[in-house]
Design a protein around this ligand. Structure first.
Ligand SMILES: Cc1ncc(COP(=O)(O)O)c(C=O)c1O
Length: 287
């Protein structure tokens, strides 16, 4: 089946879609992105993604290239053109095309790319087997709250994780505290049953899945604390998991050489997975 991409006003065959060599995204990683999940044919959490996009753009002084409504329509169109039932839509907005110069160009229009990615339907049995993460120093810049396309430290850490048989790397700051994963947020459940994830700040991306899970957990009256936790605390946790648009909730059963709990997906993580699944299905049944 043909895949289609959207580049600066036009839909093109994915294989024929290109950007300028002077796009500032290519020259300076001067841009931002969003990944919006598609579940049962419906875009999930669009409002939250648009809010985060606007925040990222304004942090870099890149104007929003079109209205939220127009952008939402583009998401719908790329989803339909690519017949995506389960998957994700990738959006990238850069400052635009200009001769290479560190200074912001004047009269530069932002460049927009949208692509679509099809994924297999969610395989719960496989997810419940749990996964391994490793820890690595957090080498990223000091504005990880911006969803910048500059992802080299994330890419390197993810590759190292793969080499060690892990799905993800949890990044550790100068105080030995876990910030987040290379493309996910990090969570633990303490021996006392308290759900912990790091507070929002410049050190982490405010994940949309994180936000949804906090909402669901609060509704379920769980004891939740948004605070930093150390690598050592994570090793001693009763349960652990990570969250992202791509992985939803992924149980973590090993961190470095430490088994988490009994080395199997924890009871609370399982419950949260069920709650999240129900929420996702309800939202997808909406419109
Ligand atoms: C660094 C980082 N943290 C967290 C997340 C999770 O965010 P979301 O739940 O919005 O996918 C991502 C997703 O790409 C990420 O790149």
């Amino acid at each position: 089946m043909s895949r289609f991409a959207y580049v600066n006003g036009r839909f093109k065959r994915h294989s024929a879609a290109t950007v300028s060599i002077e796009d500032r995204g290519m020259q300076f990683a001067d841009g931002v992105y969003e990944v919006v999940g598609v579940h049962h044919g419906k875009l999930f959490g669009m409002e939250d993604h648009l809010n985060r996009l606007e925040r990222s753009l304004s942090s870099l002084q890149i104007p929003m290239p079109m209205s939220r409504k127009a952008l939402s329509l583009l998401f719908e169109r790329i989803k339909r053109k690519n017949l995506i039932e389960n998957g994700a839509i990738y959006l990238q907005i850069t400052r635009g095309i200009a001769p290479r110069n560190h200074l912001f160009p004047t009269n530069c229009r932002p460049s927009i790319i949208l692509t679509a990615l099809r994924r297999d339907a969610y395989d719960k049995e496989k997810v419940l087997q749990g996964t391994k993460v490793i820890t690595l120093p957090d080498l990223r810049w000091k504005r990880c709250d911006i969803k910048s396309i500059s992802l080299l430290p994330n890419v390197l850490a993810k590759e190292e994780a793969k080499g060690k048989g892990a799905l993800e790397a949890w990044l550790i700051d100068d105080q030995d505290l876990v910030t987040e994963g290379t493309s996910s947020n990090a969570w633990i459940v303490t021996q006392e049953g308290e759900l912990i994830t790091r507070y929002l700040g410049n050190e982490i991306l405010g994940g949309i899945t994180r936000k949804v899970l906090l909402k669901i957990s609060q509704a379920g009256k769980l004891k939740i604390t948004e605070r930093a936790f150390s690598k050592e605390e994570a090793y001693q946790a009763k349960e652990a998991f990570l969250t992202s648009t791509g992985t939803f909730i992924r149980p973590v059963v090993q961190i470095d050489d430490h088994k988490i709990g009994d080395g199997k997906t924890g009871a609370l993580t399982k419950e949260l997975l069920d709650w999240y699944e129900t929420y996702l299905n309800e939202e997808s049944d909406g419109t």
